[in-house]
Design a protein around this ligand. Structure first.
Ligand code: HEC
Length: 161
């Protein structure tokens, strides 16, 4: 009798102990125990790494766009061609009769889209120095550009589209 009572007491003790432990366990789970310090540190490190990686990525992207911008804004060949050609065109007074680069006279045709007319570079060169070869009654005067100048102006006009 005594023994069974003791057994019962022990069972109750164990049961309550179990409940206690289980309860704590559940409580702990529900609370999602804060990560231990080293784990926290590691998480922080990871976040920092992610941040720097993201930074590097954006820096890379920025570099890429900067490069692209440089590529589009530099346009060294066409810009040089335009500068060189416009120097000759201004000196020759072509804009007295032609609109080139948005301004000029209207005696001759607008040359802002000359590249779309389908004339060859040779045709343009002939037109510039000896327009009467193409039209004997033309109002356009002869010019005396050297071969390099002719090439520059013809290539520039060809590029206007
Ligand atoms: C006195 C006016 C005058 C001047 C200056 C002049 N042109 Fe012309 N140009 C004309 C006229 C007018 C035409 C029209 C075509 C024709 O009459 O044969 C023409 C035609 C052209 C054409 C052919 C357009 C086409 O596709 O039909 C080109 C290219 C051209 N000129 C370039 C030039 C250049 C480059 C200069 C300067 C070096 C120049 N012109 C100076 C009057 C002029």
């Amino acid at each position: 009798m005594k023994a069974s009572k003791g057994k019962k007491g022990l069972t109750v003790l164990f049961a309550s102990l179990f409940l206690l432990i289980a309860g704590f366990g559940l409580y702990g789970c529900a609370k999602a125990p804060a990560p231990s310090k080293p784990a926290k540190k590691a998480a922080k490190k990871k976040a920092a790494k992610k941040k720097t990686a993201a930074k590097a990525k954006t820096a890379k992207a920025a570099k890429k766009t900067a490069n692209a911008a440089a590529k589009t804004s530099a346009k060294p060949v066409s810009n040089n061609l335009e500068t060189a050609a416009m120097k000759i065109i201004n000196a020759q007074g072509c804009e007295g009769c032609h609109v080139i680069n948005g301004k000029g006279g209207s005696i001759g045709p607008n040359l802002d889209k000359e590249g779309t007319r389908g004339h060859s570079l040779h045709w343009l060169e002939v037109q510039i120095n000896t327009p009467k070869v193409h039209d004997s009654s033309t109002m356009m005067p002869n010019h005396d550009l050297n071969q390099a100048q002719l090439k520059t102006v013809a290539e520039y006009l060809e590029s206007l589209k």
